[in-house]
Design a binder for this molecule. Structure first.
Ligand code: FAD
Ligand code: PHB
Length: 389
């Protein structure tokens, strides 16, 4: 089998890249090691920047997002039991859209199926080969048989645990990492959200976030220790702890109910440099991770795909390798800004086990500055709604 671009991973990065390239007449084959249902079962991001909305429009998959997504013009930040609003629309002229990653993935999967472009699910032992030469290949097993896919380029869109980054010789890649001493315990429930906008809460018991997927479906997170087990968190224990971290109005308005998903995610900052190795490109979580506090993970995956899709179109249309030569540098410049913002939001809002009284006073001063200085609020809002591509 042969294709122009072999894409490893059918998460949002791989599917969006496939759809954008398909629109430009470039052939792709996607190899995914899980089943389609498994991929759709992962509950992850929920906040979409305008830049990503534009890419989904370009890919022809934004109809449901425009119908069902919730446009938010601001967010709330609570500390000292008091809520403060950061007005994105007023400060930057931009908004964000709340629409789940699961729904984006579903929309992209359906569009790909309709286009007839192949996705091979449950492909085992996917291995990128010979990407340092002119004739890269990807080997995989399916239904007990070995296969080989010849291609012009390989796009490694296979997430943090994927094979693409791990296939690069250790001496050719540099890794930067910070692991945070806590995780997020998240639940999804069919209950109305506690507020019309997201609420980010700094509390002495730990961070909490009130988010949503629709007017009838809520997503809540609690900072938890990495030693916690999800089985030890009954729904009632979760709601009781959330109430302790909410402000008075939130406590009164909170509607509780049975959870439909509950999981713990560790928090990490991670960047791999560069993002191109001959004819192999990394995109999305395969190359970088941000802690979710800035809502940047999925949006960064989309901006990588934006740069990579344009670079590949330029390569085939104009026979120019300028775009692919600049891909890594362009993507990394944006990634490090999102890394900084996500680290800053995480540091400002969480309780660190080792923090001293001095650290906590500084954190309080930072929050106070954010809600009392318009310059600080603009800086936060600009980053949250997304820097230009
Ligand atoms: P992924 O979504 O990880 O997709 C990679 C795909 O590659 C997967 O389908 C995987 O099965 C497949 N794959 C892996 N290995 C192989 C292999 N060897 N061969 C073939 N296929 C393979 N971001 C936010 O903004 N807000 C959040 O609240 C948030 N919560 C998150 C919670 C968790 C638990 C995680 C892991 C991430 C979260 N993120 C969040 C980040 C966001 O979901 C990611 O940035 C986004 O999923 C990146 O998309 P991706 O396509 O690059 O990677
Ligand atoms: C979510 O809704 O899952 C969500 C929203 C904002 C974040 C992180 C996660 O910062």
């Amino acid at each position: 089998m042969r294709t122009q671009i072999a894409i490893i991973g059918a998460g949002p990065s791989g599917l969006l890249l496939g759809q954008l390239l398909h629109g430009q007449g470039i052939d792709t084959v996607i190899l995914e090691n899980r089943s389609a249902d498994y991929v759709l079962g992962r509950i992850r991001a929920g906040v979409i920047e305008q830049g990503m909305v534009g890419l989904l429009e370009e890919a022809g998959v934004a109809a449901r997002l425009h119908g069902e997504g919730l446009v938010h013009g601001g967010t709330e930040i609570t500390f000292d039991d008091t809520r403060h609003r950061i007005d994105f629309k007023k400060l930057t002229g931009k908004t964000v859209t709340v629409y789940g990653q699961t729904e984006i993935t579903r929309d992209l999967m359906e569009a790909r199926a309709a286009s007839g472009a192949p996705t091979i699910y449950e492909a085992q032992d996917v291995t990128p080969l010979d990407f340092d030469g002119e004739k890269p290949r990807v080997r995989y097993r399916k239904d007990g048989k070995d296969h080989e896919l010849a291609c012009d380029f390989i796009a490694g869109c296979d997430g943090f645990h994927g094979v693409s980054r791990q296939s690069v010789p250790a001496g050719s890649i540099e890794l930067f990492e910070r692991v945070y001493p806590f995780g997020w315990l998240g639940i999804l429930s069919d209950t109305p959200p506690v507020s019309d906008e997201l609420i980010y809460i700094n509390h002495e018991r730990g961070f909490a976030l009130c988010s949503m997927r629709s007017h009838t479906r809520s997503r809540y997170y609690l900072q938890c220790s990495l030693a916690e087990h999800v089985e030890d968190w009954s729904d009632s224990r979760f709601w009781d702890e959330l109430k302790l971290r909410l402000d008075k109005e939130g406590r009164e308005r909170l509607v509780t109910g049975a959870s439909i998903e509950k999981s713990i995610a560790p928090l990490r900052s991670f960047v791999a440099e560069p993002m191109r190795f001959g004819r192999l490109f990394l995109a999305g979580d395969a190359a970088h991770i941000v802690p979710p506090t800035g809502a940047k993970g999925l949006n960064l995956a989309a901006s990588d795909v934006h740069y990579l899709s344009r670079a590949l179109v330029e390569f085939y249309r104009e026979k120019s390798s300028a775009g692919i030569d600049h891909y890594s540098g362009r993507a990394l410049a944006r990634i490090w800004k999102a890394e900084r913002f996500s680290w800053w939001m995480t540091t400002m809002l969480h309780r660190f086990p080792e923090s001293s009284g001095f650290d906590r006073r500084l954190q309080h001063a930072e929050l106070d500055y954010l809600v009392s200085s318009s310059a600080a609020a603009v800086a936060m809002a600009e980053n949250y709604v997304g820097l230009p591509y």
